[in-house]
Design a protein around this ligand. Structure first.
Ligand SMILES: *[C@@H]1O[C@H](CO)[C@@H](O)[C@H](O)[C@H]1NC(C)=O
Length: 329
C-alpha cells in the first residue's frame, strides 16, 4: 500500500515536472519573442523618427524673421577645391544669409574663383532669396584675421568654419537653433577640455584633446573650426583682446581658437554648448584633429591664463541633442 502510493506520487510529480518544464520553455520563447519585438520597434524608431510622427515635416517650426539667419565665416588657405565644395554645400542650407571668406593669401582671389562661387551661390538659392558673398582681404597673414570684425553685418549669428570639414545642413540648423536659445555662448561641434596639471601648482593646466573629452564626457571649449557665436565677439576679439595675446597667436601660428574660447568664457562666465552633429572631413588633415600638437596648445592655455589673470573656462558635461533622433529619454 505504501509502495503503491509512493509510485503514484512519483508519477504525479513527474507529470508536474514535465508540465513545469514545458511551461518554462514556452515562457522563455515568449520572452525572447517579446525582446525581439521591442528591439525591432526601437530600431525602427531610432532609424526613422518619422515612424512615430516625429518627422521634421510634421513639426511646425516657429515663424522666424527671414533675415535672422547666420553668416558663414570661412577660413581658407590655397585650397580652392575645398572652398568651392564647402560654399556649394552650405549655400543649400536654408538659413544662411551671408558668406564671408577670410582671405590672407598674398594674391587676391582670381576672377575664375569669384565667378565660380557667385554662380554656386545663385544656383543654390531661389529667386526670392539672396545670399551675400564677400571676400575679406587681409594684407598680412595672421591667424587673428579669422576673427576680424565684420563691418555692417547683416546677421547676429556667426557660423565659423574651416574649409576642410563639412556638416550636414540638418546639423548646422540644429546647432543654430541651440545658439538662438543661448546667443551669448559658443555652440559647436568640436569640444576640448583644460585639465589641471597634477604635477605642478594649481594654476598650471594641460590642454586636453579629443580623448579626455571622450573619456570624461567633460569639456570647456568649443573650437571655432565649427561653431556658432555672436557677431559681437568678433568686435571684442579685434578691439578688446590684449594686444600681447594677439601678438602671441600671430607669432605661434596657433591657438586663435583657444583665445576665442577664453574671450567668450571671460565675458559670460559660463561654459559653451556642445551640439551633436554629423561631420564629413573633406581635407586630408583628418588625423591631426584627433591628437598631437597638444604641447603647443598647453603652452597657449597657460599663457592665456596669465594674460587674463585667471582661468575663465568653465567645464561642463551638457550636450545638446535633437530629441527627435533619440528614443530613450
Ligand atoms: C574679462 O572680463 C572682465 C570683466 O567683465 C573685463 O573687465 C576684462 O576686460 C575681460 N578681459 C579680457 C581680456 O577680455
Amino acid at each position: 500500500m505504501v509502495a503503491r502510493t509512493s509510485l503514484i506520487n512519483r508519477r504525479t510529480a513527474q507529470k508536474f515536472r514535465q508540465a513545469a518544464i514545458s511551461a518554462a520553455g514556452s515562457l522563455k520563447i515568449k520572452l525572447l519573442l517579446f525582446c525581439c519585438f521591442v528591439f525591432t520597434l526601437t530600431l525602427l524608431a531610432s532609424r526613422t523618427p518619422s515612424f512615430l510622427g516625429w518627422g521634421q515635416e510634421s513639426v511646425p517650426l516657429l515663424d522666424r524673421n527671414s533675415r535672422k539667419g547666420y553668416t558663414l565665416l570661412i577660413n581658407t588657405w590655397k585650397r580652392y577645391d575645398l572652398l568651392k565644395q564647402s560654399i556649394s554645400h552650405y549655400t543649400s542650407c536654408p538659413r544662411l544669409d551671408s558668406i564671408h571668406i577670410v582671405w590672407s593669401e598674398p594674391n587676391p582671389p582670381s576672377d575664375a574663383l569669384i565667378k565660380y562661387l557667385n554662380h554656386a551661390v545663385k544656383s543654390n538659392t531661389g529667386d526670392n532669396r539672396h545670399i551675400e558673398l564677400a571676400f575679406d582681404i587681409n594684407k598680412e597673414d595672421s591667424l587673428n584675421n579669422r576673427f576680424k570684425e565684420i563691418k555692417n553685418p547683416i546677421t547676429d549669428a556667426v557660423f565659423s568654419i574651416d574649409d576642410d570639414i563639412i556638416f550636414t545642413c540638418k546639423s548646422v540648423e540644429f546647432a543654430f537653433s541651440v545658439w538662438q536659445s543661448a546667443p551669448d555662448t559658443m555652440v559647436g561641434f568640436v569640444p576640448r577640455i583644460h585639465l589641471i596639471n597634477p604635477s605642478k601648482n594649481e594654476n598650471s593646466y594641460i590642454y586636453g584633446g579629443w580623448w579626455p573629452v571622450w573619456w570624461t564626457g567633460t569639456y570647456s571649449m568649443i573650437l571655432s573650426k565649427a561653431s556658432f557665436f555672436h557677431m559681437k565677439y568678433l568686435r571684442l576679439y579685434t578691439n578688446e583682446m590684449p594686444k600681447s595675446l594677439m601678438e602671441y597667436v600671430k607669432r605661434n601660428r596657433n591657438c586663435e581658437d583657444i583665445a576665442m574660447s577664453f574671450l567668450v568664457a571671460n565675458a559670460t562666465g559660463a561654459p559653451p554648448i556642445w551640439a551633436k552633429g554629423t561631420i564629413y572631413e573633406i581635407g586630408s588633415t583628418g588625423i591631426s584633429s584627433l591628437g598631437g600638437h597638444n604641447e603647443k596648445r598647453t603652452e597657449c592655455v597657460n599663457r592665456f591664463v596669465t594674460e587674463f589673470g585667471k582661468m575663465p573656462l568653465v567645464p561642463t558635461t551638457v550636450k545638446a541633442v535633437d530629441s527627435r533622433g533619440t528614443w530613450f529619454w
